[in-house]
Design a protein around this ligand. Structure first.
Ligand SMILES: *[C@@H]1O[C@H](CO)[C@@H](O)[C@H](O)[C@H]1NC(C)=O
Ligand SMILES: *[C@@H]1O[C@H](CO)[C@@H](O)[C@H](O)[C@H]1NC(C)=O
Ligand SMILES: *[C@@H]1O[C@H](CO)[C@@H](O)[C@H](O)[C@H]1NC(C)=O
Ligand SMILES: *[C@@H]1O[C@H](CO)[C@@H](O)[C@H](O)[C@H]1NC(C)=O
Ligand SMILES: *[C@@H]1O[C@H](CO)[C@@H](O)[C@H](O)[C@H]1NC(C)=O
Length: 313
């Protein structure tokens, strides 16, 4: 009787303890190269996103947006989360958008099957998440938030959110009072639009907002967390505080700004440690990692990202 209960007890302990994968690998989706970067290659990933993930304790595999569905699923099945980066790519019916959609649908399906699979969207990636969830290409409004560094306005949902419940009072104070989050987006999701859209408001919690300058200083959504899925987005760019140095961009590199960049990176990578998917073997893993691709110092001769990785289909 004792042993029977004891094994039942072990069974429950085993299945209630969360997996911790201390060798997480994050996929980052490529984008069609911006005009000034085309000479280096047709697809790119700004290295700041890669370093941001690496600096938080994970490795990176590139996910070419031109992969076939079967190639895409094959990669997704072996990694622990995906970052949708910022950039300037069109989302309107493009292959890039279709790939983000397939990844989003994959994450929803895996999480429904009990496999924790996080996604983090930054800037364009954040906008893509809002379009994917609302299934509405016209969900964005022109907000004119280019090159503006701001503090966040938190909501009543912030303290209990997964994203912020473990944040120290120091982090929360910096985020809510200092100009540390860089906005660089022509479009955004107005809080009113969000609240009036059932698909968005039933899927995400708004954890922060800011005021736009293009219309009538209306609030727009700046941080989201899905209520039931490990899906997160920030309209601002946490990776730039540490890794991008353009002098014509209002990027804050202060000690506090670096702390908040690391906060978001640490949060996302800690989410990916809850997923235990892995490559079939070391050879497959090695061949997939971004280390196979050269990094180029693009800002040396173009006003651009400091460094980028380039890819061909
Ligand atoms: C918050 O911290 C607790 C205790 O350290 C930990 O168990 C939990 O996973 C953390 N939550 C998140 C969302 O990081
Ligand atoms: C933050 O930036 C805004 C303008 O972008 C400025 O008006 C405000 O004074 C700044 N606040 C701090 C604390 O530097
Ligand atoms: C971006 O903002 C910074 C700081 O306000 C300013 O020095 C810079 O000229 C701006 N860049 C552009 C392209 O407007
Ligand atoms: C950068 O962040 C610091 C906080 O560390 C803040 O005091 C300062 O106003 C910010 N600088 C700019 C230019 O926004
Ligand atoms: C690694 O796994 C792949 C299947 O994904 C297989 O084709 C390959 O032979 C394996 N390599 C080694 C060294 O085991």
């Amino acid at each position: 009787m004792f042993f029977q209960n004891f094994f039942l007890f072990l069974f429950f302990v085993y299945f209630s303890i969360q997996i911790t994968n201390n060798r997480p690998i994050i996929g980052i989706v490529t984008e069609p190269s911006l005009t000034e970067l085309e000479k280096y290659g047709s697809q790119y990933i700004a290295a700041s996103y890669v370093k941001w993930i690496e600096g938080s304790g994970a490795r990176v595999v590139p996910i070419k947006y031109t992969l076939s569905s079967s190639e895409l699923i094959q990669i997704l099945d072996q990694i622990n989360g995906v970052l949708f980066p910022g950039g300037d790519a069109s989302l309107d019916g493009t292959q890039f958008y279709q790939t983000l959609k397939s990844i989003y649908n994959y994450a929803i399906q895996k999480n429904q099957e009990g496999i924790y699979f996080p996604i983090y969207g930054t800037c364009l990636g954040f906008e893509a998440l809002n379009i994917l969830t609302s299934q509405d290409m016209n969900i964005l409004s022109k907000v004119g938030m280019e090159n503006i560094t701001l503090p966040l306005y938190f909501t009543t949902l912030t303290p209990k959110s997964r994203m912020f419940k473990n944040a120290s009072s120091e982090i929360l104070l910096i985020l809510s009072s200092k100009n540390v989050t860089l906005n660089n987006h022509e479009y955004g999701v107005l809080v009113d639009t969000f609240n009036n859209n059932n698909k968005l408001s039933q899927f995400y919690s708004v954890l922060s907002y800011n005021y736009e300058i293009s219309l009538q200083k209306l609030p727009f959504v700046s941080t989201i967390e899905s209520i039931d899925y490990p899906i997160y987005g920030t309209q601002f760019h946490p990776e730039k505080n540490i890794y991008e140095w353009r002098i014509d961009e209002d990027i804050n590199h202060s000690f506090d700004a670096v702390l908040i960049s690391q906060y978001f990176g640490n949060f996302f990578v800690s989410e990916s440690r809850k997923n235990s998917q892995h490559f079939a073997n070391q050879t497959d893993e090695a061949n997939a990692l971004i280390y196979n691709f050269p990094i180029i110092y693009t800002a040396k001769d173009e006003p651009s990202f400091e460094q980028c990785y380039f890819f061909e289909p």
